[in-house]
Design a protein around this ligand. Structure first.
Ligand SMILES: [Zn+2]
Length: 163
């Protein structure tokens, strides 16, 4: 169990290290598809995750909260584990819909989860509200294993239905 760091000060490293058990715990206690759960667990177990820290509002972090690159994930805030989970979903091949669904499903209204913005909604539409690990059908969000995660409006939106 190990995370590696690039450009993170001691405070940020301690914060981010403390998120790892939180992420492992929520993955065990929720309807997370087996392939996503095992992919994230393996990335953590085998020390495959390099976290780069950036400063919110500047440089690479001027327009995003985080990002996933082939060799590392960029974290622009130390607010909580939700954002790191979001980037780990991308690392496992999830698109924006997947990442937002599991971020908000696993960390509802706490630990730094953020509801999707307008650009995210455009991307959801472009992919038909369908990801690799989750999809929306009518008002509900399902996993790729067919389990209901909940109402789309509760997990991802507060402004009513968005098509
Ligand atoms: Zn994302």
């Amino acid at each position: 169990m190990a995370l590696y760091f690039y450009n993170c000060d001691g405070f940020a490293q301690r914060q981010i290290v403390s998120w790892e058990p939180v992420i492992r715990n929520v993955l065990q206690n929720a309807y997370v598809p087996f392939d996503l759960r095992s992919c994230i667990a393996q990335d953590l177990d085998y020390g495959r995750v390099v976290v780069e820290c950036g400063m919110a509002g500047t440089g690479k972090c001027s327009r995003v909260r985080g990002a996933t690159y082939p060799d590392r994930v960029l974290i622009c805030t130390t607010d909580g584990p939700a954002l790191l989970l979001h980037e780990l979903v991308h690392r496992c091949g999830g698109n924006e819909f997947d990442a937002e669904v599991f971020e908000n499903y696993l960390f509802p209204l706490r630990n730094g989860a953020a509801k999707p913005g307008d650009e995210d909604l455009d991307e959801f539409r472009a992919f038909g509200f369908r990801g690799r690990f989750a999809y929306r059908y009518e008002d509900l969000v399902y996993t790729n294993e067919g389990r209901v995660l909940g109402y789309y409006s509760q997990i991802l939106g507060t402004t009513g239905l968005v098509y």
